[in-house]
Design a protein around this ligand. Structure first.
Ligand code: GDP
Ligand code: MG
Length: 440
């Protein structure tokens, strides 16, 4: 699969101390094969490789990153660009109700996506209205009624006798009447693109004002999905794409090609059959996932920005010598605060989720951090250097000074001593961020 292939390409690069034009070329040759094997459109691959090569070759070597890391960074940034660079929200503003039409081939997941979308919007406080406009099979209408019931969203009453365009018009009128704000129109699909279907969809788009025409495609069909998306787009002017079944798509070809080929963004991805299995599409996260590295890249970026390297080294020495004081603890808290949201930071570290599942794993909490900082700041220099002298009366003073309670002071001292214990265990192993980065 693509992730594995790219991983082995970068492993080879990591061995190189210097980034030469030659080893970039070598790496790009393999990236190219990996992308083609992933069923990415060949034109897209060609442009992608050209862009990455150009950026990688001309690049100044940053002292803090290895050549391999630099190329990974360039590939990653280019992947993000390819995937659409930023998240594209649904257009829900303007005159209400807004109407969203789902279109695509048979079996691509339109009806399921209609149900999922209704659920998602309802949870956001909107009032969706599901509209079955696939009149060719009674089962299709029934399917949407079942889904509507499951997600608690009303469904327009249509029959196989109605014309899709009339259904759409009447449904919008009813939504207006009843105060629903988002009309979701589920349409019929065919096995292949055909003119009758296109005419039907065009009629709907002329009859009711649509803020979104979402093309729903089965990611597992790879480049075919992209070809059909392109066809729909030229006939119908779609506004975005929903890629379904991506959890079963190891190759990623459709996801990587569709934006470039159609010019239209992926807005959502379907990640399973259940009704909560719809996600807003994030190009940067998807790129990281494809590169198989969690969000290590943004972690590097953030770390580069704020971690004082000297401090990190000093800290490492202190850990070695076991002279990590409360003062150092305070330093560390400030570093963490500078990096922004702690939870987010934790999420970016690969493998952290396993840690989180442990029952006693410490839960990071920014308010706690601020409190901890206040408590340590209320200690004297002597106390910070030697926590053992902090007796009951000192604890009381510290609590008062920091506007907390003795219990909270105790908790800080306890987590500090626990940290000391943990560090003893890890001593010798690189546990500081500086050490982690070198391993990348
Ligand atoms: P439609 O013909 O386009 O309306 O397609 P349906 O919504 O009826 O879906 C066809 C099949 O694909 C159904 O069995 C769905 O459960 C399944 N399906 C839809 N979306 C997803 C998805 O994201 N992941 C998986 N695994 N199955 C999906
Ligand atoms: Mg359907």
């Amino acid at each position: 699969n693509l992730t594995d292939r790219l991983d082995s390409v970068f492993k080879k690069l990591r061995g190189h101390g210097k980034l030469t034009e030659e080893n970039i070329q070598d790496a790009m040759r393999e990236v190219r094969v990996a992308l083609l094997e992933a069923d990415v459109n060949y034109k897209v691959v060609k442009e992608f490789i050209a862009a990455v090569t150009e950026k990688a070759v001309g690049r100044e070597v940053l002292s803090s990153l290895s050549p391999g890391q630099q190329v990974i960074k360039v590939v990653h940034d280019e992947l993000v660009e390819l995937l659409g660079s930023h998240e594209e929200p649904l257009r829900l503003d303007g005159r209400q109700p807004v109407s969203i039409m789902l279109a695509g081939l048979q079996g691509s997941g339109k009806t399921t996506t209609a149900g999922k979308l209704a659920r998602m919007l309802r949870e956001k406080g909107r009032k969706p209205f599901l509209v079955p406009a696939d009149v060719y099979r009674p089962a299709a209408i029934q399917q949407l009624h079942v889904l509507g019931e499951q997600v608690g969203v009303p469904v327009f009453d249509s029959t196989t006798e109605d014309r899709p365009v009339d259904i759409a018009k009447r449904a919008v009128a009813e939504a207006e009447d009843k105060g629903y704000d988002t009309v979701i129109i589920d349409t019929a699909g065919r096995l292949h693109v055909d003119e009758a279907l296109m005419t039907e969809l065009k009629d709907i788009s002329r009859a009711v004002p649509l803020t979104e025409i979402l093309f729903v495609a089965d990611a597992m069909t790879g480049q075919d999905a992209v070809t059909v998306a392109d066809k729909f787009n030229s006939d119908l002017e779609i506004t975005g794409v929903v890629l379904t079944k991506i959890e079963g798509d190891a190759r990623g070809g459709a996801a990587l090609s569709v934006k470039k080929v159609t010019g239209k963004p992926i807005k959502f991805v379907g990640v399973g059959e259940s009704l909560d299995a719809l996600e807003v599409f994030h190009p940067d996260r998807a790129a990281s996932r494809i590169l198989g590295m969690g969000d290590v890249l943004s972690l590097i970026e953030k770390a580069e920005k704020v971690v004082d390297q000297k401090k990190a080294r000093k800290l490492a020495r202190k850990l070695q010598k076991n002279t990590f004081t409360l003062e150092d603890f305070l330093d560390q808290i400030q570093q963490i605060k500078k990096m922004g949201n702690l939870e987010q930071l934790m999420d970016m570290i690969p493998g952290i989720n396993k840690l989180k599942q442990l029952k006693d794993a410490p839960k990071p909490d920014e308010r706690e951090l601020i409190k901890t900082e206040a408590i340590i700041r209320s200690m004297t220099k002597k106390e910070r250097a030697n926590h053992k002298i902090i007796n009951a009366s000192r604890r009381q003073r510290i609590a008062k000074g920091s506007g907390t309670t003795v219990a909270e002071v105790n908790r800080v001292l306890k987590s500090y001593t626990m940290m000391l214990k943990m560090m003893k265990k890890f001593r010798g192993k690189p546990v500081v961020r500086g050490g982690k980065r070198r391993k990348l």
